[in-house]
Design a binder for this molecule. Structure first.
Ligand SMILES: *Cc1c(COP(=O)(O)O)cnc(C)c1O
Length: 486
């Protein structure tokens, strides 16, 4: 299996070559040259597989340069009931991503797939934990080292740290805005005592942190010398790891391969739902993929009008589903490449236009950049949007009807799923976080605190380890070099 850039760069690296990197040299994103197809027979034989074995079968199709036995060992180490044990008390951790039947009425079925039982209580663990093991394995083969440098406003940074803690050959330097994260989020990250994890609280806001990551990434000499890498959401292995739970959800919701299901996905950077699109391209019988956004509705706007209009970061609203507060969906280019039938010259032109003109228009109106919006339905896509008031009422409604507390992002998903569910096609909503992470809104909706999974009761009172620094690029570079010794 070789990979190519959405913008047409002639190189075709393998899975291990792109594992530690980010963008392709031409600024595009990597995709496989062909999506591997899953046969009916294969899908049937996967029905009985535990999560780790299913993950291995899928990964083998994408990572043909890693020996099959090694892939099996890696997924077995990653997807264990011990690691995915933070679920609700009535869930079976050995299922890894248990499916919960919320409602069945008039032939319609609404299900919730739990993806937030990993160490940081958000779905990003599903991919990041595999990434940690893949990185460690690949670095050992090359006797290499990797220093991950990133910025976080919460979820991604903690998922990365919990995935990389204690890993051979890997250090994590994570910037976060000083005193701007929730007490729970800071405690999750800062209570880590592993010597390969460096938390740096920046006296500034999230954008200051991100600007510093960009400044360091643009210094190619420093990057090379310090072996700097990232774990951002465009990483191809992260997308692959997310393909797995669509298969798992489908197999758990159906009894034969003639049945179809639909998924609703709380979306921000389009990484999670892009994995659903890939699963569908591989032949998984998915009828619809519903993009759910919050007030930051860049994606909803595209899927209703064909116009992609990114927002300036100052226009991005701070909402109560903060992990979906994005102005530009970093994985969207992968879908547009498929929508344009692999025309990389046009993809390159459209995403250059995003930089110069803030977006593009595929609506087919006169003066637009194309008419491919008409084909969006053929790919199963549709969308919906939710607001703070919708989140509160959905959290209350789900609590009253099903005696279940859901988090704010998942609430956006449930709200939108209800607008799209249809008879005979089970609708699976992907749960993207546990409510304990977003307790302020749970309290606003329900007048009480969200339940904390075992082990998290007193997280805020654990000893914390972090350094506070000014937003000074030169100082950050000195800090990194001091700790890597490179
Ligand atoms: C990251 C995240 C999302 C958005 O996922 P994308 O892959 O960026 O679309 C949704 N909900 C939660 C809780 C998240 O952490």
């Amino acid at each position: 299996m070789r990979y190519h850039s959405t913008r047409g760069h002639p190189s075709t690296p393998g899975f291990s070559d792109i594992l530690l990197g980010g963008l392709a040299p031409d600024g595009g994103l990597y995709l496989p040259e062909h999506y591997p197809r899953v046969s009916d027979q294969e899908l049937s034989s996967w029905r009985r597989l535990p999560y780790a074995a299913l993950a291995a079968e899928l990964l083998k199709k994408f990572a043909s340069d890693i020996p099959a036995a090694d892939i099996e060992a890696l997924t077995a180490k990653t997807y264990t009931a011990q690691i995915y044990c933070n679920g609700r008390r009535d869930e079976d951790p050995s299922q890894i991503t248990p499916l919960r039947n919320l409602e069945q009425s008039e032939g319609r079925q609404l299900l919730l797939q739990s993806l937030s039982n990993g160490p940081t209580l958000a779905f990003k663990d599903m991919a990041m934990q595999l990434l940690g093991n893949l990185f460690e394995y690949t670095l050992q083969r090359q006797s290499g080292e990797l220093n991950i440098f990133g910025a976080t406003s919460g979820d991604t940074g903690s998922a990365a740290e919990y995935a990389m803690r204690g890993k051979q050959g890997i250090r994590v330097f994570m910037l976060s805005p000083h005193q701007k994260m929730s007490a729970f989020q800071s405690a999750q990250m800062f209570s880590l005592q592993d010597p390969n994890i460096f938390n740096i609280a920046i006296e500034g806001v999230f954008d200051d942190c991100q600007d510093m990551v960009k400044a360091v990434s643009n210094d190619l000499v420093f990057k090379e010398q310090q072996k700097i890498g990232t774990v951002n959401s465009i990483n191809w292995a992260r997308v692959v790891a997310q393909v797995i739970y669509y298969f798992r959800g489908y197999l758990a919701a159906t009894s034969n391969n003639q049945q179809q299901v639909s998924f609703t996905v709380p979306s921000g950077n389009f990484g999670n739902i892009c994995a659903g699109h890939i699963a569908r391209m591989m032949g998984l019988p998915i009828k619809k993929l519903i993009v759910a956004t919050n007030e930051n509705d860049v994606l909803h706007e595209f899927f209703q009008t064909g116009i992609y209009r990114v927002r300036k970061s100052a226009e991005t609203l701070h909402t109560s589903s903060p992990s979906m507060d994005i102005s530009k969906a970093s994985n969207f280019e992968r879908f547009i490449f498929d929508l344009l039938d692999g025309d990389s010259a046009r993809v390159a032109a459209l995403f250059r236009k995003v930089e110069t003109h803030g977006g593009f228009d595929l609506s087919g109106r006169s003066g637009s950049d194309g008419d491919e919006f008409a084909k969006v339905g053929d790919f199963g896509f549709d969308s919906g949007k939710s607001t703070h008031a919708d989140r509160l009422s959905t959290i209350r409604d789900v609590d009253a009807r099903y005696q279940l507390t859901i988090d704010t992002h998942t609430a956006d998903g449930v709200k939108v799923a209800r607008e799209h569910w249809e008879p005979q096609v089970p609708m699976i909503v992907l749960e993207t976080a546990l409510p304990a992470k977003f307790n302020e809104t749970i309290r606003e909706a329900l007048g009480r605190d969200a339940e904390r999974p075992a082990g998290f009761e007193h997280i805020e009172s654990l000893p914390q380890r972090f350094d506070v620094m000014a937003p000074d690029v030169a100082a950050i570079k000195r800090y990194i070099a001091l700790h890597t010794g490179l």
